[in-house]
Design a protein around this ligand. Structure first.
Ligand SMILES: Cc1cc2nc3c(=O)[nH]c(=O)nc-3n(C[C@H](O)[C@H](O)[C@H](O)COP(=O)(O)OP(=O)(O)OC[C@H]3O[C@@H](n4cnc5c(N)ncnc54)[C@H](O)[C@@H]3O)c2cc1C
Length: 442
């Protein structure tokens, strides 16, 4: 069947073989190797692609196995979706400690990309809350590992983009929550200094912080103070002890078809960003939000990835090491390049990561600031912009996020992921993906 990643750059033939349980998974992997695990396919690039080859779909590994209501330890198979965990456990006063901007991802996919959420500065990434996992190798060996047990295998598998084996099962530590609601605040900002100031001042008292940034605003010049303009909306939130809460509206919609050309272009982008910013200024202030709309706003619009048209899109997500003036000036330089090119999209996020060291050898988060934004695929001119952005990232010692990537040069992977050579020793020789061949040569 034809499979494409979330970026829809191309749909290529794959043989998709479902996995169901431990015994049959072992038999399947032993019978034929040369594949890679596929969860919900929410990665944007080629990390879960293997054109012309084999994918092991983990969606059938969907059982919850054990839950300790005193400690919040959940044991489940790796194909369980984060959405199901949240739905089942939030009413019982427990929630995933870290989760990404969509809950339509599997536990295995969340571990293999060591995903992060809006509270990275407070709790780290998904892997920080995994206490044990069971890994199946293509030769049939089962490796049980965790932060305290065979921790070298754990560090390789968390963020290991599926290349160390297939994760069959995981034990995840949930955190207590008073309910599904959050007290939130939205604050407009006009410069990067204001963004950094808001981030720094919010870190101690707000568990969740993130900002929408107008990706074209960095090109419009400087304020009289000399600071670069970069307008956006800073959002922060904490779990609410709500007794009475507004009703949750079900506002799910679907993009009904793929338009022949991208709906995002220079004109629509400028108009949308201006309207969104001023609407945000008008609505700024405190409000109470349900966790689903605060954490996963895009999950309400099914197949939104169609808006970029038939050629698909890229997401460029980098982390610039920090803190320090260099990280601010690197973000400024990137915004100027993006503004000059008149590209990008309204889906643009700027967030400061916390100081924790990453759990995995190839984990993406590190102390610094991350910028993420989508670009409709426009071919060679877009690649030229990416090369200019890559040069800025490389100069700061930063890196691109593997979950989003479909094109980074191998040299940038090797400079950004300093432990890539160490990782090699843990690779399963029977596993290969489009990304592994592109970035690691096999
Ligand atoms: C709207 C949207 C918002 C997002 N927001 C964020 C965000 O805020 N933060 C963030 O970090 N990410 C974010 N992401 C990225 C997403 O969280 C990750 O790509 C996630 O890993 C996808 O999980 P999946 O189940 O779809 O896995 P896939 O995309 O199917 O696979 C991802 C990787 O995991 C491997 N894998 C999957 N299952 C297993 C298994 N059982 N054993 C071993 N390897 C396995 C695959 O081989 C592949 O390398 C977002 C994605 C979308 C679409």
């Amino acid at each position: 069947m034809n499979v494409s990643a979330w970026g829809r750059l191309s749909a290529t033939p794959h043989r998709v073989v479902p996995l169901f349980d431990r015994a049959s998974s072992a038999a399947t992997l032993r019978a034929e190797s040369g594949g890679v695990a596929l969860g919900m396919g929410r990665s944007y690039g080629d990390t879960a692609l293997n054109s012309g080859g084999l994918l092991w779909s983990t969606r059938g590994l969907d059982r919850l196995i054990d839950f300790d209501a005193d400690t919040g330890r959940l044991v489940c198979e790796a194909g369980v979706q984060l959405r199901d965990i949240q739905r089942l456990f939030v009413p019982r006063g427990w929630m995933l400690a870290a989760s990404p901007g969509t809950q339509i991802v599997t536990v295995g996919g969340a571990i293999a990309n060591d995903v992060h959420g809006k509270n990275h500065h407070a709790v780290g990434s998904f892997g920080d809350h995994v206490t044990r996992l069971v890994l199946l190798r293509t030769d049939g060996e089962l490796i049980e590992c965790g932060p305290e047990q065979r921790s070298d295998w754990f560090a390789a598998t968390v963020g290991g983009i599926g290349l160390t084996g297939v994760i069959l099962l995981a034990e995840v530590q949930l955190r207590r929550v008073p309910g599904p609601w959050l007290d939130t605040e939205s604050i407009p900002y006009g410069t990067l200094d204001e963004f950094f100031d808001l981030s720094n001042r919010s870190e101690a008292d707000w568990e969740y912080t993130v900002s929408w940034i107008d990706c074209l605003s960095g090109s419009v010049g400087r304020e009289p103070s000399g600071r670069t303009k970069a307008r956006g909306l800073f959002m922060r939130g904490n779990h609410a002890m709500a007794t009475e809460s507004p009703p949750l509206r079900d506002s799910t919609r679907r993009v009904p078809f793929t338009p022949p050309v991208p709906l995002v272009n220079k004109l629509s982008l400028r108009a949308f960003n201006t309207a969104y910013y001023w609407l945000g200024c008008w609505r700024a202030g405190a409000s109470q939000q349900h966790y689903q709309s605060f954490f996963y706003p895009l999950d309400n619009l099914h197949e939104w990835n169609r808006i970029y048209g038939p050629r698909g899109f890229y997401q460029y997500q980098c982390v610039i090491p920090g803190p320090g003036p260099d990280s601010s000036s690197a973000i400024q330089a990137m915004l100027r390049e993006i503004g000059r090119a008149g590209k990008g999209s309204f889906l643009a996020v700027l967030k400061k990561f916390g100081d924790r060291q990453p759990v995995g050898l190839l984990s993406f988060p590190r102390p610094g600031v991350t910028l993420a934004l989508d670009f409709a695929n426009s071919g060679a001119d877009l690649e030229r912009l990416f090369e200019r952005l890559d040069a800025i990232v490389a100069e700061t010692g930063g890196r691109l996020y593997l979950a989003k990537d479909a094109r980074m040069p191998r040299a940038l992977f090797e400079s950004g992921y300093a432990r890539h050579a160490e990782f090699r020793a843990f690779r399963d020789p029977g596993i290969t993906s489009e990304m592994s061949r592109r970035l690691m040569g096999d």
